[in-house]
Design a protein around this ligand. Structure first.
Ligand code: ATP
Ligand code: MG
Length: 662
């Protein structure tokens, strides 16, 4: 598996050129970290040698109705069993609310800002508790029982978070659905989950666009036909628009919660009872409804939020992810609220109506931790420097990214321009399946290396396997797998445990296979080389697409790019690059060849370069390479559901660009 070395060595060269292969000023957080590097290393050792003791101790971060006496009885062989804290009982909403209401009722739990100027709401833990309880009482009145699924289809409004916690309170399994899904996308997931109640918005807004949430949901339920289990639809007034209501089925959220008391006893839940199911981003095909259990997931959420982001009680923690993504579940809601933190939630886009909106949110609210995606960073780099430089951003102490590899170029820009050179920067590698961060340079504990995911967290037994399933020792490359379970691990795929077993445990028997490739340095630092499926084989040279994209990113005229492989008669696969330049009119594609030849090698110079306005991305910012592969190879059948894309219109444009250059 030689190819992977290229990406990472190329990156190391870039870093070295700048004399910044280790960025120790992005290590110590202003004010000092809670855990020292030595203590952190101690945790890594303890979790490795004595996992039972270590994880029982970490479970004490939570308040249990009945504390567990055993940590894990997970097993990656045979039928595959993921079980954490099996004899423990707890309620997730009690952990996120009641215990903080007892100790710090007036502490701010949630600051919400809407996208229209001046819309702002501040909820203390007591307020949040009361609103969750009222909705929990509504759900009970509507007949929702422990184990029932409830679908949440809301934009970034406080009610989305309230709904998740209300479900947890009554023992319902929430399934948060992305607000931009088409009726078809919604119907597929409603049927699969058999949701009995749905919460939707009247109309959602996304910049200047209006999204008809309620009517799309109506259409989705109609499409489900007899397969629909939906009994009630609660409509949250987001814009106040008038929407059709079906008598008997549809209810107005505000009217219903007003009828209920502000207290509601929490259901007693076993640690293994599902807390939620969540469909993966769908970057690679048919969505999988991953099931997360209550005890293990919440322990992992609280543990990783505290350790990765060096949590301090006066933090204003802003994770910009949509709640319909796992990042939103773990780092907008469960991790920070379990730890009693103050969260920031913003409904608006980074650059609407003009650039700099998110920097203003940070300055207005004194945000201390800002956790976002590389796409957001790349888009900000594209803007006039004056935008970010005219903002103070001095409240920030930690910056994080997730979702895709971050190129060293973008990493340094984030560190220098947003962090003003004084913030810790943490790239975090993880997946829907892992529940929370797995590999990272935990703030204040691990020295980051720009472009590297860095080190596995305590208890994360990462290994690299070669294609024969043999473990790679020391420095080397391979398939990134986990040799042991960890508390945040998903328990199953909803209704299809065999698909779970087959998807994750058969490629490398006895291991959890992540689907990603990685390289490990001598000293244990990991570099993610991308999804294993994204490796392109050109005349026997295996090339990681991330490697190509990183090389292209060194050209300052390029905003971002995506490399994909398409079938090629002679070479097996040919390499095609889609590139988004800063200015389309003046950009010359030959710059891409120069950058690839210099950064990777002449053999990796692409077959074709398409200069485009944008790339197809999911709303969580991931480039959907599956679509690019199809478009580049003129295979336009079955492009699939495009409604998960942030901008579905781009697909038509790309098809036209490729056609024009045939
Ligand atoms: P699907 O599984 O449906 O195709 P998905 O894998 O995009 O969707 P997620 O679980 O949201 O859904 O994403 C996890 C994947 O994102 C990882 O497997 C990895 O490929 C990529 N990823 C996430 N964070 C990072 C990171 N910090 N560096 C590199 N890659 C990352
Ligand atoms: Mg995946």
């Amino acid at each position: 598996m030689k190819p992977f070395r290229l990406r990472t060595l190329g990156l190391e060269r870039q870093n070295k050129k700048k004399g910044r292969e280790n960025v120790s000023d992005a290590f110590v957080t202003p004010g000092g970290a809670t855990l020292s590097a030595g203590q952190y290393d101690g945790m890594v050792r303890e979790a490795h040698t004595n996992p039972e003791v270590f994880w029982l101790q970490q479970a004490r971060r939570l308040t249990w109705q009945t504390p567990p006496t055993q940590a894990s009885r997970s097993d990656f062989t045979q039928d595959v069993r993921i079980e954490w804290y099996a004899d423990g009982f707890l309620n997730a909403s009690e952990n996120c609310l009641d215990r903080h209401v007892r100790t710090q009722p007036e502490k701010t739990a949630l600051i919400w800002e809407g996208q229209e100027a001046g819309q702002r709401e501040v909820l203390s833990y007591r307020h949040l508790y009361e609103r969750v309880c009222r909705l929990a009482n509504v759900l009970r009145r509507l007949g929702v029982k422990k184990g029932d699924c409830v679908a949440i289809h809301l934009p970034m409004v406080a009610e989305g978070i309230i709904a998740m916690l209300a479900c947890a309170r009554v023992g319902a399994v929430h399934v948060v659905l992305f607000g931009g899904f088409s009726a078809e996308g919604l119907a597929e997931r409603l049927t699969d989950s058999a949701a009995v109640v749905v919460l939707t918005a009247d109309v959602a807004r996304r910049g200047g666009k209006r999204i008809p949430s309620k009517t799309t949901m109506d259409e989705a339920i109609a499409r489900c036909g007899a397969a629909s289990a939906v009994r009630h639809v609660l409509v949250v007034p987001v814009t106040g628009a008038d929407v059709p209501m079906q008598p008997g089925r549809d209810l107005r959220y505000a009217e219903e919660v007003a009828k209920e008391a502000a207290d509601c006893p929490a259901e007693r839940m076993n640690a293994l009872d599902p807390l939620f199911l969540l469909y993966t981003s769908g970057s690679t095909g048919r969505p999988k409804g991953l099931v997360h259990g209550t005890g293990g997931y919440l322990t992992w959420a609280a543990f990783t939020h505290a350790v990765v982001f060096d949590y301090k009680p006066d933090d204003i923690f802003w994770c910009t992810a949509d709640v319909s993504w796992i990042t939103g579940h773990t780092y907008v809601v469960y991790g920070p609220l379990a730890n009693g933190a103050t969260i920031m939630v913003y409904e608006g886009l980074p650059s609407w109506p003009e650039p700099g909106q998110w920097w203003d949110v940070i300055d207005r609210n004194g945000v201390t931790v800002f956790y976002t995606s590389p796409t957001v960073v790349r888009a900000a780099m594209r803007e006039d420097e004056a935008v970010v430089r005219s903002r103070s951003l001095k409240s920030l102490r930690i910056l994080g990214t997730v979702g895709e590899p971050i190129s060293p170029e973008a990493w340094h820009w984030f560190h220098d321009e947003v962090g003003k050179g004084h913030c810790a920067v943490v790239d975090t590698w993880w997946q829907t399946e892992t529940g929370g961060v797995m590999i990272t340079a935990a703030a204040g504990c691990v020295v980051p290396r720009p472009g590297a995911a860095a080190r596995p967290l305590p208890g994360v037994e990462a290994v690299l396997l070669d294609t024969q399933g043999k473990e790679v020792a020391g420095a080397g490359e391979g398939l990134l797998c986990m040799a042991q379970s960890w508390p945040g691990q998903a328990m199953s795929i909803w209704g299809d445990h065999d698909r779970f077993r087959q998807t994750y445990f058969t490629t490398c028997p006895g291991h959890y296979f992540t689907g990603d490739g990685a390289r490990r340095e001598e000293d244990g630092y990991y570099w993610i080389t991308g999804r294993v499926d994204d490796v392109v084989n050109v005349s026997g040279h295996r090339i990681g697409t991330a490697e190509i994209e990183d090389a292209i990113a060194t050209d300052h005229e390029v905003v971002e790019s995506a490399a994909v492989g398409i079938p090629h008669d002679l070479k097996g696969q040919g390499l095609v690059v889609f590139v988004v330049p800063r200015e389309q009119d003046v950009f010359h594609p030959s710059a891409v060849n120069t950058a690839v030849a210099a950064g990777v090698g002449r053999y990796a110079v692409p077959e074709k370069i398409y200069v485009v306005r944008d790339l197809p991305k999911t709303r969580s910012g991931k480039i959907v390479r599956r679509l690019l592969r199809k478009i580049a190879s003129h295979d336009l059948e079955g492009l699939g559901d495009l409604s998960t894309l942030a901008d579905p219109d781009i697909v038509g444009e790309l098809i036209a660009t490729v056609k024009a250059q045939e």
